[in-house]
Design a binder for this molecule. Structure first.
Ligand code: LLP
Length: 421
């Protein structure tokens, strides 16, 4: 459920008519609903209660400071994968003790940054990383809390580019080798083992792969405890999928996921951490765009928008589907037209949808891409020297620009022409 609904024939975000935002900030823009973000966060914490738990929002899915502040204020922790994301979480007011640091290629500088300013744990993904972290922490005279991210060799059954728990994926430590590496972690100075981490992929629409992975984690917990390690936390990753279209099969609900967690690892007495991104932010955001032209091609009609692959890359990168809806509610008797929906970027890959039935649309009309709150704005670039899309957060009947569109002067000012040219 989200809060993007038609009222009096106009698509609204909560109480705000989208054309009102368009008139203020121009198009394209990302628009988030605070009520939807809050609701989705709440679903997860309700699903895990009464287990001791921390919902660590995956910052990579939607990293605007205002979004992080909103979730942090609700009590969320954060899952970060870079020094930049760590600094964002801190700048949003999230305590270091609520930030888990994931990622397959943390640098020593990133380790130092998080150890200096506070971190809940590092989810360590390799032996070289483990040794480097031990050196860095020891040199700083401190101790780094760690889990090892294990790779359970489970196929998440999702898009190949976002599956992370198979043995051929670069992520984690092969689960069979975990006991040996935990033994090394226990011997190394400057490290304190606190638990186990696993994350098998993103946009999972079936609980079975989670179940397979979590059962392996439960077995490993018992084995590691028998070996004398303290396993008090289980970080179970993110990955629960969202419905991208209403005709899709409906993915499991957070409550089903919570029940699965209780069933598989609930009896271990561990604090549970999860790292959801998409399910919290995905359907809490839309991308609003204007029709530049309707162009008659050879046997097809192109709807040319003012947003492009640089603004929302998911269709070009993963062949992902996003529902596209007109901001003006179509009349019930409107006869759909069929469009190839494209952007202005000079690549044929800049195509959002082919052969998409949509209500009749004309130059200047507004359309919205649904489910664009996760991996939308954060994956945007300035390809074709197109300014990054602004972001707007709606709360009830008012809205705030939470990232302004850069001016061309600002964009040009980032480049430097050397004096010898
Ligand atoms: N934790 C870790 C360690 C991750 O790598 C990810 C996502 C998450 C949590 C959050 O997963 P979520 O709950 O959002 O599924 N750009 C792709 C998705 C990449 C996901 C990367 N890792 C897309 O647009 O579909």
């Amino acid at each position: 459920m989200d809060h993007f609904i038609y009222r009096d024939g106009i698509l609204h975000a909560e109480g705000v008519a989208l054309p009102d935002i368009a008139a203020t900030v121009g198009t394209p823009f990302y628009c988030y609903s605070a009520a939807t973000l809050r609701r989705h966060y709440q679903l997860f914490t309700d699903a895990l209660s009464p287990l001791p738990h921390l919902v660590c929002f995956a910052v990579k899915s939607c990293s605007n400071l205002a979004i992080l502040r909103l979730l942090g204020d609700l009590g969320a922790g954060m899952d970060v994968v870079s020094g930049g994301e760590y600094l964002r979480a801190r700048a949003a007011g999230v305590a270091g003790e609520k930030i888990v640091f994931s990622g397959v290629g943390k640098t020593r500088a990133e380790m130092r940054l998080a150890l200096t300013d506070g971190v809940r744990q590092f989810n360590v993904e390799s032996e070289p990383e483990l040794r480097a972290l031990s050196e860095v922490a020891t040199a700083m005279g401190t101790t780094a809390p760690i889990t090892l991210r294990v790779n359970p060799d489970v196929d998440a059954g999702t898009h190949d580019k976002i599956a992370t728990g198979r043995k051929e994926d670069k992520f984690g430590i092969p689960i069979a080798r975990a006991p040996g590496i935990y033994a090394e972690a226990a011997r190394l100075p400057g490290l304190s083992v606190v638990g186990i981490d696993v994350h098998i992929g993103s946009q999972l629409t079936d609980l079975a792969p989670f179940e397979a992975a979590y059962r392996k984690v439960a077995d490993l917990t018992r084995q590691l405890r028998a070996d004398g390690h303290t396993i008090s936390r289980l970080d179970l990753g993110g990955g629960l999928g969202i419905p991208y279209t209403r005709s899709n099969e409906v993915p499991p609900l957070p409550s089903d996921y919570g029940a699965l967690i209780k069933r598989t690892v609930g009896d271990l007495g561990c604090e549970i951490e999860i790292e959801p991104g998409r399910l919290i932010s995905g359907n809490a955001g839309i991308l609003v765009s204007s029709v530049i032209w309707v162009k008659e091609g050879e046997g097809r009609k192109f709807l040319i928008l003012d947003s492009a692959m640089n603004d929302l890359i998911r269709p070009a990168m993963y062949g992902a589907w996003h529902d596209i809806v007109p901001v003006g509610e179509p009349a019930p008797e409107a006869i759909p037209d069929v469009f190839d929906v494209v952007g202005p970027v000079c690549e044929s890959g800049d195509t959002f949808a082919r052969g998409r039935p949509l209500p009749p649309l004309a130059e200047g009309d507004l359309v919205a891409f649904r489910s664009a709150g996760a991996y939308g704005a954060v994956m945007a670039s300035e390809y074709n020297s197109r300014p990054l899309v602004p972001e707007v957060l709606v709360h009830g009947d008012h809205f705030a620009v939470i990232r302004a569109r850069p001016t061309f002067d600002e964009m040009l000012a980032r480049d430097t022409i050397p004096e010898w040219l």
